[in-house]
Design a protein around this ligand. Structure first.
Ligand code: SF4
Ligand code: ZN
Ligand code: ZN
Length: 323
């Protein structure tokens, strides 16, 4: 089977959404081109510093590899977080990640929940369980990870924070926010980054038009050894996301290219939404930690979780929103 693009090499991938059979080189080139196109739209190409949030999983490796093809690696700085999850945050995985990034010429900085927040994720969860809070590990994890990534972005003076979210992640998030009717989050999901607080470093997702299966194949074809250990809390991932994911897979299987079309349509709609709902005012800041929080709130969700788990002094109880 010959590659439909170069017509010389043996094809190894069937790119279902285009119907093309591609060889290794043409497939890798195709992914890189599409990432570059998205990065140009997001104006990443001319920035001075971009913080790459890297977990060590396949998507973060693909992110670093593709961006370093057209952005000088000295402008990229990788950031890895140790959440403090027993059996998951393995030092061997981080070492491998560090070596790989070094080969690309990208420096890696490391941080952790324990050092920055004062508690590991395991400790936060245990404390919350003692108080009978019905909060999943992923809720703690996502909130504090976002906070640490933003702080690191500010520290290194980054113009952007880039994450490895792929097309599947992005479309799932769009559908979930549509179901919830969360307009603010929907508007923020468009292809052009939106500033909602001067305290947020703009977040971009250069892989948002690359299918998850493509990042997996890219990683394998490049011979990356990525972290495959599963987080022990994976079963706590919100069930709505799992259901939406399953539904989208079925749709994509029946009609390849569906996810890409949903995202492209959404980007157009989100532009219109942004114009109609001019977000002129900044998000309020949490009166405890100073981080931006949702309109109408005085403290942020992270501080609320720590107070409710008994991990902040008693005197902060008075700031809890009435539930
Ligand atoms: Fe964090 Fe949940 Fe992912 Fe584990 S599965 S790393 S707890 S978000
Ligand atoms: Zn080819
Ligand atoms: Zn706070």
């Amino acid at each position: 089977m010959i590659c439909d693009n170069c017509k010389t090499r043996e094809a190894v991938v069937l790119q279902t959404h285009t119907g093309r059979k591609l060889c290794k080189e043409c497939f890798i080139e195709d992914v890189r081109k599409r990432v570059k196109l998205e990065a140009q739209k997001q104006e990443l190409v001319n920035s001075n510093k971009i913080l790459l949030a890297v977990s060590g999983g396949k998507d973060s490796l693909v992110l670093a590899d593709t961006l370093s093809q057209f952005i000088n690696p000295s402008k990229l700085i990788a950031f890895n977080i140790n959440e403090g999850i027993r059996g998951y945050n393995r030092s061997e995985d981080v070492k491998k990640l560090e070596e790989y990034l070094k080969d690309l010429g990208i420096e890696l900085i490391k941080s952790g929940f324990k050092e920055e927040v004062g508690f590991s994720l395991d400790e936060m969860l245990q404390a919350s369980l003692k108080r009978n809070l019905n909060v999943s590990a992923c809720t703690f994890c996502g909130g504090f990870r976002r906070k640490l990534i933003n702080e690191a972005g500010i520290k290194v003076d980054a113009d952007y924070v880039a994450t490895g979210h792929n097309l599947d992640d992005e479309v799932q998030t769009i559908i979930i926010n549509l179901i919830r009717g969360d307009l603010l989050r929907l508007i923020r999901l468009g292809d052009k980054p939106l500033i909602v607080s001067s305290k947020f470093v703009m977040r971009v997702k250069p892989l948002r038009k690359i299918y998850e299966w493509e990042t997996t194949i890219y990683a394998h074809l490049k011979g990356f050894e990525f972290q495959e250990t599963e987080c022990p809390y994976i079963s706590q991932k919100p069930t709505l996301r799992a259901k939406v994911r399953e539904l989208l897979y079925k749709l994509e299987e029946k009609k390849p290219g569906t996810l890409l079309r949903i995202l492209e349509q959404f980007d157009e709609i989100s532009e219109k939404l942004k114009k109609e709902h001019r977000l002129t005012s900044e998000l309020p800041n949490c009166i405890i930690c100073g981080e931006p929080t949702t309109p109408g709130r005085t403290i942020c969700k992270n501080c609320e979780l720590l107070i409710r788990s008994g991990l902040m002094p008693q005197e902060y109880q008075k700031y809890l929103p009435i539930s």
